[in-house]
Every structure is written in structure tokens, then in C-alpha cells.
Design a protein around this ligand. Structure first.
Ligand SMILES: NC(=O)c1ccc[n+]([C@@H]2O[C@H](COP(=O)([O-])OP(=O)(O)OC[C@H]3O[C@@H](n4cnc5c(N)ncnc54)[C@H](O)[C@@H]3O)[C@@H](O)[C@H]2O)c1
Length: 260
């Protein structure tokens, strides 16, 4: 498959490239310059450049949008909302059959859900709240949904909580390394990348519709955020878990910071 990646030069990009490497041909794009050592085709391209995104999508089979701008009000909408519009126009223009959209969990499960509920799943009605990052991404997701419905483009949105890669996230047999900003909802970077690979490669017949959303979470015992849909439908399995955080046998972490 030939895959166009938008915003491929950020934190997640290299893990996606690693997961797709040698399985797919890639055209990586980002507003920044080509990173050293990248062996795939590269184009410096802003996701808010409609003509540029349309040109870049010619001849590709799948577009993966990893671009995001979290802070500035205008730029956030240009990148996180209009970037998705541009991706969908490009897909429609060239008959690209599949797009993969990404974002944070709270573009769907905003504070109204997150602060009060558990068993949260990616098919709940979206309630992103008013935070700029969540709101601009949620509007982008809605644009993806409308194009998908109107133009028969398969659109898979992957929502993450927090990503970490230098951590040992532990497992049944070993404790994690503890860090100040550790949250039990963290997904290790390699797992974040393979989730995109699963979305790129999942056969159409496994999908209930051509527009589906998935939470990308490790296995968490209380299931506040559920990952059963992504494991069942996309066949993704997280390799890193945080079970030791929930295990009564856990030893006291360094300096007792995380013991409560
Ligand atoms: N990092 C996390 O912990 C985390 C958590 C939840 C969700 N996500 C989602 O994962 C995806 C990737 O996030 P990330 O952590 O790699 O973000 P990042 O900020 O590291 O990377 C974003 C990339 O977008 C690029 N970009 C910015 N403006 C652009 C523009 N105009 N045109 C093209 N590219 C532009 C940046 O140069 C950067 O390379 C995003 O959709 C984000 O919302 C990330």
C-alpha cells in the first residue's frame, strides 16, 4: 500500500513509520524539514494547504493524519480542523479508499464523561467540552465523518490518552519504572504505532461501518476506558501494560510518590 502521512515529524510519527516500515511505501509530510536519516519520501507540507495536500495524495491508497497544533486559536483550527477537511477533499479527489485520523481521547470523552463515568467506549455520543485542543480536533473528526458518509471513504479515528516510550510500563512479571507524570492510561509508543498499522491494514469486512472510532488504551483492570473494540475489530494487542500500578503486591515506588 502507498501511505501518505500528514504531520509525520512529531512524537508519534517515527513510531508509525517504524510500524509501517517495509510493509508499505510511504510519503511522509510535515510542516517542518525532513528529519535526518528518514529513508522514505518526504515533502515539507502544511496540512492547511488544500492544494498541496490534494497534490500529495495523488496515487496513494491511504492517508494517515498525525498533524496537530494544540495552543494557538487560529493555528489549532487550521491544522486540527481544516487539516482534516483538506485530507478528506484529497481522498475524495483521488478516490483514496481509507483515511486514518488521530486525536486525544477527550475529543470524544471530554470532562463530562471523564470526570464522572467509567466503562467509557468510543461509540458514545461525542462530548469534547470547550478546551481548544479537544474542540478543534472534535470538529475535525466530524468533518471526517460527514465526508466518509457522503463519499464512501473508510475513515478510522484512533483516540489516545497519553503516550510514553522511555518507560518500562511493566507487565505481569515485572514492575514499571515510576515517573512523575505517569498515568495508568498511558500507552507505550511502540503500541501507539502498531495501532495505526492495524488501522491501515484491517480488512474492510471486519468493520461494522466505513466510519469507526477506536480508543487506544492498554489493558486497565477497572475498564474506565475500554479497549475491547480496537482489540476485537483491528486485532491490535498492546504489548506494554501498567498492571503493577493496580496490583496489591506492588512494592513501594521510589520515594513513595506514587504509592497512594
Ligand atoms: N503525544 C501524546 O501523548 C498524544 C496523546 C493523545 C493524542 N495524541 C494525538 O496523536 C497525534 C500525533 O500527536 P504527536 O504527539 O505526534 O504530536 P506532535 O505535536 O509531537 O506532532 C505533531 C506534528 O504536527 C506537525 N504540524 C504542526 N502544524 C502543522 C501543519 N500546519 N502542517 C503539517 N504538520 C504540522 C508538527 O510539526 C509535528 O511534527 C495527534 O493527533 C495527537 O492529537 C497524542
Amino acid at each position: 500500500m502507498k501511505v501518505l502521512i500528514l504531520g509525520g515529524n512529531g512524537m508519534l510519527g517515527p513510531w508509525v513509520i517504524k510500524a509501517l516500515d517495509e510493509r508499505h511505501e510511504m510519503l511522509v509530510t510535515d510542516i517542518t524539514e525532513k528529519p535526518d536519516g528518514l529513508k522514505h519520501d518526504y515533502l515539507q507540507l502544511s496540512a492547511d494547504d488544500l492544494d498541496g495536500v490534494v497534490r500529495a495524495a495523488e496515487g496513494v491508497d491511504c492517508i494517515v493524519n498525525l498533524s496537530v497544533l494544540r495552543q494557538d486559536r487560529k493555528l489549532a483550527f487550521d491544522v486540527s480542523t481544516r487539516g482534516n477537511y483538506n485530507m478528506m477533499v484529497a481522498a475524495r479527489t483521488h478516490g483514496v479508499g481509507r483515511v486514518i485520523n488521530t486525536g486525544p481521547h477527550y475529543q470524544l470523552a471530554g470532562p463530562q464523561y471523564e470526570e464522572w463515568d467509567h466503562d467509557l467506549n468510543p461509540d458514545m455520543p461525542p462530548a469534547p467540552g470547550t478546551r481548544l485542543y479537544a474542540h478543534s480536533k472534535a470538529l475535525g473528526q466530524e468533518i471526517v465523518r460527514v465526508f466518509s458518509e457522503r463519499h464512501g471513504i473508510t475513515a478510522l479515528t484512533l483516540l489516545y490518552y497519553n503516550m510514553k516510550h522511555t518507560w518500562n510500563l511493566g507487565g505481569p512479571e515485572k514492575e514499571p519504572d515510576y515517573h512523575d507524570d505517569m498515568t495508568p492510561y498511558s500507552t507505550a509508543w511502540p503500541d501507539c504505532g502498531t495501532a495505526i498499522q492495524c488501522a491501515v491494514e484491517v480488512p474492510e469486512e471486519r468493520l461494522a461501518s466505513n466510519c469507526e472510532t477506536f480508543f487506544v488504551f492498554p489493558d486497565i483492570p477497572h475498564r474506565k476506558f475500554r479497549n475491547d473494540k480496537i482489540t476485537r475489530v483491528l486485532g491490535w494487542r498492546p504489548r506494554y501494560h501498567v498492571e503493577a500500578l493496580w496490583n496489591k503486591k506492588m512494592r513501594t515506588p521510589p520515594s513513595g510518590r506514587h504509592g497512594a
